[in-house]
Design a binder for this molecule. Structure first.
Ligand SMILES: Cc1ncc(C[n+]2csc(CCOP(=O)(O)OP(=O)(O)O)c2C)c(N)n1
Ligand code: SF4
Ligand SMILES: [Mg+2]
Length: 316
């Protein structure tokens, strides 16, 4: 995007150079939905992913995020088509590899917030290892997994969150593998913000997105998002409009209590919605910035590549 402000990003070293300010930050208006929306989404009519996208637009509008202050990253899947539909920087990356890509952005660009969107297959199957490691490193970003309990893009295979007995192309007689519990997985992996929401409750989705964005660390949201094509009705039990119940986290729940959060995560479907776990811990971003600062202090005047070269020379 071409419009830069007096708050435009700057980095030490010589890799990024930033154009002179054009409009002072205080005078800039927030983006409108028209300015944020890119291509028309190619999802099936009625797909839950539409709501998540609409609420992301709302978040951007409400929080007055400018194009150059956000980035939207995804892997591969229906849900992962997300960045195509957002008129801002972002990447539709490799299946299961969105998090390492997003980590690079987060660690080098402390001035912006990285949002990652993807599916249950992308997050917990092929990308399962990256999920665990990004969480344990507490790298600042928001990861919203649009969980539909199925591989949608590839037309109905069993996913790691498909319940036992789910009939799919890969389990014609019903799934026999025990599903993972995304909330338990996130808590035990070390995520410092863990929340659960559903596409059928827009206000709640927005609330969770805002809280996640404000968290200084790895924030994870499991957002139920129905695949009307290959798993219709999967989440009816959590939707009051379909005779289900939407139960929030109890008011007296202590979000810093890991065991209590784990217990909540163990409730039978439809379970609870809201913030299960939230603690403050130093991020990798902060720790690495500190190391870089100290190191660069020792090599004042040298360019980034010269410092890097010195490091390589030391390894010989
Ligand atoms: C390396 C690699 N393996 C497999 C695929 C095929 N593939 C594309 S999307 C996908 C699963 C998508 O499921 P999910 O992440 O749950 O997203 P959804 O489509 O349900 O939103 C698979 C297996 C691929 N694109 N790349
Ligand atoms: S196949 Fe399912 S997940 Fe994919 S766009 Fe259609 S409804 Fe959505
Ligand atoms: Mg899926």
């Amino acid at each position: 995007m071409s419009t830069l402000t007096s708050e435009a990003p700057g980095r030490s070293g010589d890799i990024t150079s930033v154009a002179a300010p054009i409009v002072p930050a205080a005078e800039r208006k927030g983006l409108t939905k028209k300015e944020i929306a890119a291509d028309h989404p190619t999802w099936c009519p009625g797909c839950g992913d539409f709501s998540v996208l609409a609420l992301y637009f709302k978040l951007i509008e409400k929080r007055k995020l400018w194009h150059e202050k956000i980035t939207t990253v995804a892997g591969i899947g229906c849900s992962s088509r997300f960045p195509y539909f957002v008129q801002a920087h972002g990447a539709h990356y490799i299946h299961g590899r969105a998090l390492p890509f997003a980590s690079g952005i987060s660690l080098t660009r402390p001035d912006l917030h990285v949002f990652v969107f993807g599916g249950d297959g992308d997050a917990f199957s092929i990308g399962g290892n990256h999920f665990n490691h990004t969480a344990r490193k507490n790298i600042k970003m928001t990861y919203c997994v649009m969980d539909n309990w199925v591989y949608g893009l590839t037309k109905k295979q069993t996913s790691p969150t498909s319940p036992l007995g789910f009939k799919s192309k890969t389990d014609q007689w019903g799934a026999i593998d025990y599903p993972i519990n995304p909330m338990k997985q996130a808590i035990s992996a070390g995520a410092t913000f863990v929340a659960r929401t559903t596409h059928t409750n827009p206000n709640h989705v927005l609330q969770m997105m805002e809280a996640a964005m404000d968290h200084d660390g790895f924030s994870f949201i499991e957002c139920l998002s129905e695949c009307v094509e290959f798993y219709e009705g999967a989440f009816d039990a959590s939707n009051p409009r379909k005779g289900g119940v939407f139960n929030t986290v109890p008011a007296d729940h202590d979000v810093t209590d890991e065991l209590a959060a784990y217990k909540l995560a163990g409730e039978d479907f439809p379970g609870r919605f809201g913030i299960f776990y939230k603690v403050n811990k130093p991020t990798k971003n902060a720790k690495e910035a500190e190391i870089n600062k100290n190191f660069q202090g020792k090599f004042a005047g040298l360019k980034d590549w010269q410092i890097l070269q010195k490091n390589f020379d030391r390894m010989k």
